[in-house]
Design a protein around this ligand. Structure first.
Ligand SMILES: Nc1ncnc2c1ncn2[C@@H]1O[C@H](COP(=O)(O)OP(=O)(O)OP(=O)(O)O)[C@@H](O)[C@H]1O
Length: 295
């Protein structure tokens, strides 16, 4: 559905995105993660056609976004805040969107408005952050866009609104086979719903993690030995020390996990326990080096 080829963008002379390529298929959820300032929002804005790339192309169903700007109507970008619409009511936003998005589904919009008990005639200025977030998702889904780009959709929301938003998005992906690209710092939340996670580092995609494959390839174990000093765990091949608390070391086994587990077993540990691998483990392992705060 979406094909991104060699996308490159510099802002104020600084390269933010460099030769990024990836694909998104319909009926899937893709997560976009990376440290603060790495370029997630910039990438989403390039895909949405809000920013023009310096090089490369974005194709939606094979149609080039720059050459055929009308194709932008098949996708919808949800920014991290819709405060720019503070002066509008939900009803007025429907009118605005109906003009821009021909297939806008007004019936579905008002059904969702009822479901989440959001007022139609009150200005957004009086909405809480959670209400605004829900409204922005409802608007996005009502446009009947094939691809929805979401910039940190659950940032700063309480657990109930987060759940409502995630539930609604999952329903629409499975019922209508739309595709979602979600930028988020909430890795646990993303892990529950994403099929694929793109990890941005520096100016490019460092890893494409297919959640099913990650669970099979990587292993996480806690291990403890009577004499910790005698066993240089950090020097084992394809093994990373995630943490050490007292005698208990948590290891990420990146490859040949079965072999490494056998080796650890032969060393007669006091404790050897397998734990579920999380995207957070891989995030820290891949992007966590050094004390540098932002790029
Ligand atoms: N309009 C702009 N003018 C100057 N620099 C910009 C502009 N927009 C983005 N940048 C720079 O581009 C880089 C990437 O910013 P971006 O907002 O895309 O990162 P991000 O990964 O979304 O960050 P966060 O996770 O903190 O939201 C940053 O260094 C930022 O300062």
């Amino acid at each position: 559905m979406l094909t991104v080829r060699n996308l490159t963008k510099a802002i104020d002379g600084k390269t933010i995105i460099e030769r990024i390529s990836f694909e998104i298929h319909s009926g899937t959820i893709t997560g976009l993660v990376g440290r603060n300032g790495v370029g997630k929002s910039t990438l989403l804005r390039l895909l949405a056609g809000i920013l023009d790339p310096d090089q490369g192309e974005v194709l939606l169903d094979g149609v080039n976004l720059t050459q055929h700007p009308l194709i932008k109507m098949s996708m919808y970008y949800v920014p991290d805040s819709i405060s720019m619409f503070n002066g509008y009511t939900a009803k007025e936003l429907v009118k605005l969107h109906r003009h821009m998005y021909e297939p806008f589904d007004e019936q579905a919009f008002y059904a969702w408005l009822d479901r989440f008990q959001l007022p139609a005639n009150r200005s957004l200025r009086s909405f809480s952050k959670g209400m605004k977030a829900l409204l922005s998702i409802i608007l996005a889904l009502s446009t009947r866009a094939k691809l929805i780009l979401l910039d940190e959709p659950t940032n700063g929301l309480d657990v109930i609104v987060k759940k409502q938003i995630m539930q609604l998005l999952i329903e629409e992906v499975s019922e209508r086979q739309i595709a979602l690209l979600i930028s988020s710092h909430h890795l646990q939340e993303l892990e529950k719903i994403a099929d694929v996670v793109l990890m941005l580092k520096d100016t490019t995609i460092e890893s494409v993690l297919r959640i099913d494959e990650v669970k099979m390839t990587f292993k996480k174990v806690q291990v403890a030995f009577a004499d910790m000093g005698a066993i240089p765990l950090g020097q084992l091949a394809d093994v990373e020390v995630l943490s050490q608390v007292g005698r208990v070391t948590t290891l990420l086994l990146k490859r040949n996990a079965a072999q490494t587990l056998e080796l650890l077993q032969r060393l007669e540990p006091l404790l050897l326990e397998e734990l579920p691998v999380t995207i957070e483990d891989l995030f820290i392992s891949t992007l966590g080096g050094g004390d540098r705060y932002v790029s």
